[in-house]
Design a binder for this molecule. Structure first.
Ligand code: NAD
Length: 242
């Protein structure tokens, strides 16, 4: 990180498991319990939004109640110290921003808002939570036209937000180092970002429990929990930059 600047961090669900949010692909992850084709695709949402909301409502509450863990805090500190230029995240949980990271690119959207597919009205997370609390059995509906709201998160089968993806690609291509944290690097097109860094002559470091298809091309692979490894990185760099 000291040698290869700028450093761009790419995070996935694994950075938030220690905040109590299950990831997708671990044996204890969400997709071990729920079929992604039944709950995670845009077709599923279009054909039965009420059913998808029954899956999504408890999940949105878990995400809202979770707190950033030492890994999120370490990345925010590394940004303040000048070692991290930006965090590109696949997570929708807002935990990087809540930990104090300032430059965060959310390539899979976030729970910050939900949009009405019929009239395009945007509803805040607070509003959606209030609707879910008032009528826990029902999907939240638009205040203007009563359409079932869709969370501003990317479902399987949807395109990624164009601007965020452009930003992520530009950051990846200009990174001296891409640090991947808690991602299986199996979901494209985000999983293509490390290759862009490598193609442009940058290096790759990975902190992940479990293998990724990029392990063989990484300069460093740390097989450790994010909440243990990243505070240690921050501690060492803090001392050296003091
Ligand atoms: P993934 O589930 O495919 O991979 C997570 C990886 O992190 C796995 O390899 C797992 O072994 C590893 N891991 C788990 N706990 C870890 C820890 N404490 N420290 C280090 N590594 C750990 O997740 P992904 O690559 O982000 O998959 C992408 C999809 O998952 C995205 O679409 C993302 O939006 C979605 N997702 C987001 C959240 C969230 O917002 N917190 C949660 C679940 C899934």
């Amino acid at each position: 990180m000291r040698r290869n600047q700028p450093c761009v961090v790419l995070t996935g669900a694994g950075i938030s498991t220690e905040s109590g949010i299950p990831d997708f692909r671990s044996p204890t992850g969400l997709w071990a319990q729920f079929d992604p084709m039944e709950y995670g695709t845009i077709e599923a949402f279009r054909s039965d939004p009420e059913k998808v909301w029954r899956f999504y409502a408890p999940r949105i509450s878990i995400l809202t109640e979770a707190e950033p863990n030492p890994a999120h805090h370490a990345l925010a500190e590394l940004e303040r110290l000048g070692f991290v230029q930006a965090v590109v995240t696949q997570n929708i949980d807002l935990l990087h921003g809540r930990a104090g990271s300032r430059k965060v690119v959310e390539v899979h959207g976030s729970i910050r808002a939900s949009t009405c597919p019929q009239c395009d009205a945007s509803h805040s997370l607070e509003r959606v939570l209030a609707l879910l609390e008032e009528r826990p059995e029902e999907a939240p509906r638009c205040a203007s036209c009563a359409g079932v709201l869709k969370p501003d998160v990317v479902f399987f089968g949807e395109l990624l937000p164009e601007r965020a993806m452009e930003q992520a690609q530009a950051l990846a291509a200009s990174a001296g180092l891409m640090l991947v944290v808690g991602s299986s690097l199996e979901v494209f097109p985000v999983a293509g970002l490390p290759q862009q860094t490598l193609n442009a002559g940058g290096e790759l470091a990975i902190v992940n429990l479990g293998p990724t298809p990029f392990d063989g091309r990484a300069a460093v692979k740390v097989e450790a929990s994010a909440a243990e490894a990243l505070p240690e990185v921050a501690r060492i760099l803090r001392q050296r930059s003091a």
